[in-house]
Design a protein around this ligand. Structure first.
Ligand code: ARG
Length: 463
């Protein structure tokens, strides 16, 4: 709420305090309090560096560093009274530090601005989220590998256009997602490497006349190096946008898989049974078991991608260096991070718990003329027909089976020979779905041997 006194942190030139509406639009403490631990870590590193450089006394630095730990424990235990008049986490922490340790608190902000302070806090926060995403992705990949290993030779229909195309193995389908989430993982690691530079010491925008040691604070905070340009250090938010981009791509992968789980768990498909722990019921239809977790994962891409677009829009017209627009970065990133982590954990839980219905998968794989390509390939191999002609002959056999209401292996040898005279008994060997998948031995193919090699490669990589 507004009061008539001017702001205690910057009010020197102000005769009156801000209007209540001004305070409401200006304050970020409602959400940036989530960066309290990062803010305090940054301030403790800054204070230690100021003392090491002889800019403040060792005693003052000691008082500041200990006082900040007290503030942190107050915040963590919920005993901290956040003030909207103090705008943000930076000023809330510093004001409380002043109450606890008195005069030395006023020396903490030497050679520093909230501009490099917030850039530092936010980088530290996003870095933690990249680490959390790495763990979440690894756990999901492990759950998928377990499914793939168990079902390396279970056959299921592979689809194109969601029409039965060729038989594939359950393990192969699971491993396709391992590859996708594996690329997400490498994007996370890559983004972390690029963003891990220290903005602290850039001050407001131009650097400072105080002899700061930016290498020291960088090392202290786990950054690889100080950022090389002070204007860039305070005004860059591409690290946050890259986080949102990586999150968006990963959420898109999660959403595609979620869509498959929704389809697969339906009564029409029955490819998988989701566990009770990751399903919900209907308040009116007693028989229902709904895949809500998958549906919500499918929906999360919307808000995550929305955050990505929102922050791009915030940043795209900003002249250098800092503008207050940039305060709008945090809520987007916080929300996207929360929902990405939740979606990763929910997907991991679903994958761990779900049961693939082998019999249903195999029955579905065997219907829909899924081995027609195998038949055409047999004609090429065994009778020397050009593939185009073999394709045509096979098409005639499919039409015959369709007319009779049966599958390809149900046609008699006589019926087949009526379509093409060189067909013999050995054709039946390739019409079975197990033979079909076993024959797909090309590198990256669905043959169980190939799938097991890929599972082993991933397990080795992760070990
Ligand atoms: N709460 C602000 C933010 O999140 C901190 C930086 C304020 N800097 C300033 N020059 N007013 O961006």
């Amino acid at each position: 709420m507004s009061d008539t006194s001017s702001n205690q942190m910057w009010g020197g030139r102000f005769a009156a305090g801000p209007d209540a509406i001004m305070e409401a639009i200006n304050a970020s403490i409602g959400y940036d309090q989530r960066m309290a631990a990062q803010d305090i870590a940054g301030s403790r590193a800054h204070a230690a560096m100021l003392a090491a450089q002889g800019i403040i006394s060792d005693n003052d630095a000691q008082a500041i560093r200990e006082g900040l730990l007290t503030v942190l424990s107050e915040i963590e235990s919920g005993d901290f009274a956040f003030s909207t008049a103090l705008e943000d986490i930076h000023m809330n922490v510093e004001a409380r530090l002043k109450e606890i340790i008195g005069e030395p608190a006023g020396r903490l902000h030497t050679g520093r601005s909230r501009n490099d302070q917030v850039a530092t806090d936010f980088r530290l926060w996003v870095r933690d989220q990249l680490d959390a995403a790495e763990s979440g992705l690894l756990a999901l990949i492990r759950a998928l590998l377990a499914q793939a290993e168990a079902g390396a030779d279970w056959v299921m229909p592979g689809f194109t256009h969601l029409q039965t195309a060729q038989p594939v193995t359950w393990g192969h389908h699971m491993m396709a997602y391992v590859e996708m989430f594996g690329r997400d993982l490498s994007r996370v690691r890559d983004a972390r490497k690029r963003m891990n530079e220290n903005p602290l010491g850039a001050a407001a925008l131009a650097g400072t006349g105080f002899p700061l040691d930016r290498e020291m604070t960088a090392t202290d905070l786990g950054f690889d190096r100080p950022m090389a340009n002070s204007l860039d250090a305070v005004s860059a938010r591409d690290f946050a946008i890259e986080f949102l981009s990586v999150a968006s791509i990963s959420a898109m992968h999660l959403s595609r898989f979620a869509e498959e789980l929704v389809i697969w768990s339906s009564a029409q498909f029955r490819f998988v049974t989701l566990s009770d722990r990751f399903s919900t019921g209907s308040s009116i239809m007693p028989q229902k078991k709904n895949p809500d977790a998958a549906e919500l994962i499918r929906a999360k891409i919307g808000r995550i991608f929305g955050a990505n677009v929102a922050l791009m829009m915030v940043m795209k017209g900003l002249p250098l260096a800092y503008s207050k627009d940039m305060q709008e970065d945090k809520e987007q990133v916080f929300d996207a991070a929360d929902n990405w982590m939740l979606a990763l954990a929910a997907m991991e839980g679903m994958v761990k718990d779900m049961t693939a219905n082998r019999a249903e998968l195999e029955a579905a794989a065997s219907s829909g003329f899924s081995t027609a390509t195998d038949l055409a390939d047999w004609l090429v191999r065994e009778t020397g027909l050009p593939f185009r002609d073999a394709h045509h002959v096979t098409g005639a056999l499919v039409a015959l089976a369709e007319k009779k209401g049966c599958d390809l292996p149900d046609l008699s040898l006589k019926e087949m020979q009526a379509v093409h005279g060189n067909i013999d008994q050995s054709i039946y060997d390739v019409l079975g779905v197990h033979n079909s998948v076993a024959s797909r031995m090309s590198y990256g193919g669905t043959a169980p041997t190939r799938v097991r090699e890929q599972v082993a490669r991933w397990q080795e990589n992760l070990a």
